[in-house]
Design a binder for this molecule. Structure first.
Ligand code: CA
Length: 246
């Protein structure tokens, strides 16, 4: 259904994007629904995990907003069940939760959530994360170039420029940076990065990842201690500044 993204970053579709909100707190549900409807989304609300799973199967929403603390089952179980369905790989799942423990966020992401937002969150943040999650799951919306501030990555030409000057990365550094850039705006867990770059049998120790990230930062960040392109989410992973290219 998704057609294209315009210069302003608005997603234009032949119908409104349909969001399924699974949230048991009535106040949060009503407020979030109103906010999203005012932004042009169609919203269906579910108030339990079981109801949410049923509606996911019957309505085929474009994206799921999922609270983790549900009355009948843990939201992580909802993610696990949906990701076990054979045709669910293009459904973005954005977790919205009051839980702040790193392990719980990592667990939700490892089970197949695209991203998480910690409550309370702002409306602009919510809508930005929805757009990022939708884009990530739809390859036709992927862009050929990453551009933000002074950094430009041309994925087809394998070229990286900082303020117009070419930057040279090792093959591993390039793979790591482009993986983050292709998923810009989303957090990628340490485990996901290590598995994707070094393979499933790689040592899960983060040391090699940290060393490569330090090298990348030395090359692209003006002050590696205060990065503006790749941010550390302590205990979870890395998030790259959102792509501004159209
Ligand atoms: Ca709840």
């Amino acid at each position: 259904m998704i057609r294209k993204e315009t210069d302003t970053g608005q997603i234009h579709m032949n119908k409104a994007i349909h969001i399924l909100l699974i949230e048991d707190d009535k106040n949060v549900s009503t407020y979030t629904t109103t906010t999203l409807e005012n932004s042009g989304y169609k919203v269906t609300a579910a108030f339990s995990g079981k109801e949410g799973l049923g509606l996911t199967a019957s309505l085929c929403p474009d994206i799921l907003l999922l609270d983790l603390g549900l009355p009948d089952m843990d939201g992580c179980e909802v993610i696990r069940q949906i990701r076990s369905w054979h045709d669910s790989s293009r459904l973005p799942i954005l977790v919205i939760s009051a839980r702040t423990r790193e392990e719980e966020k990592v667990n939700a992401l490892e089970l197949g959530a695209d991203d998480y937002l910690t409550k309370p969150f702002g409306n602009a943040e919510l809508i930005a994360r929805i757009r990022t999650s939708l884009r990530h799951r739809h390859p036709e919306m992927q862009r050929k170039v990453y551009r933000a501030k002074d950094l430009e990555i041309d994925f087809e030409k394998h070229r990286i420029r900082l303020a117009g000057a070419e930057i040279h990365l090792t093959q591993i550094e390039y793979q790591l940076l482009t993986l983050l850039a292709e998923n810009s705006g989303r957090v990628l867990t340490y485990h996901h990065l290590i598995r994707t770059i070094w393979g499933p049998y790689a040592d899960s120790n983060n040391q090699i990842l940290r060393v490569n990230m330090a090298n990348i930062r030395r090359k692209i960040e003006q002050n590696p201690a205060q990065p503006v392109y790749v941010f550390t989410e302590i205990g979870i992973g890395y998030r790259m500044l959102e792509n501004e290219a159209v």
